[in-house]
Design a protein around this ligand. Structure first.
Ligand SMILES: [Mg+2]
Length: 147
């Protein structure tokens, strides 16, 4: 799962975490998720889903998401597709260009196959349909980054 041949921020983080967990009995650092979501209610729902297992920060549009990823420190991105300023598809493409190993999960308002295909084409690793189910969401995140 971890790549060691490309020296960049996220791989360094992965190495640090692995080393840390090997040298201490319990890993204390919670993983950090960027939640890119323009809608307040949807964001609040997401905080209830995530808060027991993960740290998280919010981006309110795609441009903010791109900028925050550049600042670093995230293990995974939950990306709403429909957002102002820059939509989730464009933001994902930009993020993946610079950080192909950072998992991005698309949040789509419906389960149309065409939307799914667009999300995957933009570089999203997987997608969740809204309303997001807590169980599905946590299981999918764990598949990519564990707890
Ligand atoms: Mg939206």
């Amino acid at each position: 799962m971890y790549l060691f041949n490309e020296p960049n921020h996220y791989n360094s983080t992965a190495i640090w975490k692995r080393t840390n967990s090997e040298s201490t009995k319990k890993q204390t650092r919670m993983k950090t998720i960027l939640v890119a979501e323009d809608n307040d209610s949807n964001y609040i729902l997401m905080t209830y889903i995530l808060r027991r297992d993960y740290q998280f920060k919010r981006a309110r549009n795609g441009q903010e998401a791109v900028d925050m990823v550049e600042e670093g420190g995230f293990d995974l991105v939950l990306m709403d597709i429909k957002m102002p300023v820059m939509d989730g598809l464009e933001a994902t493409a930009k993020i993946k260009e610079a950080h192909p190993e950072l998992p991005v999960i698309a949040l789509t308002a419906n389960a149309f196959e065409s939307d799914r295909q667009l999300a995957l084409k933009a570089g999203c690793d997987d997608f969740l349909s809204k309303p997001v189910s807590s169980e599905k969401c946590l299981a999918l995140i764990a598949k990519f980054i564990g707890k």
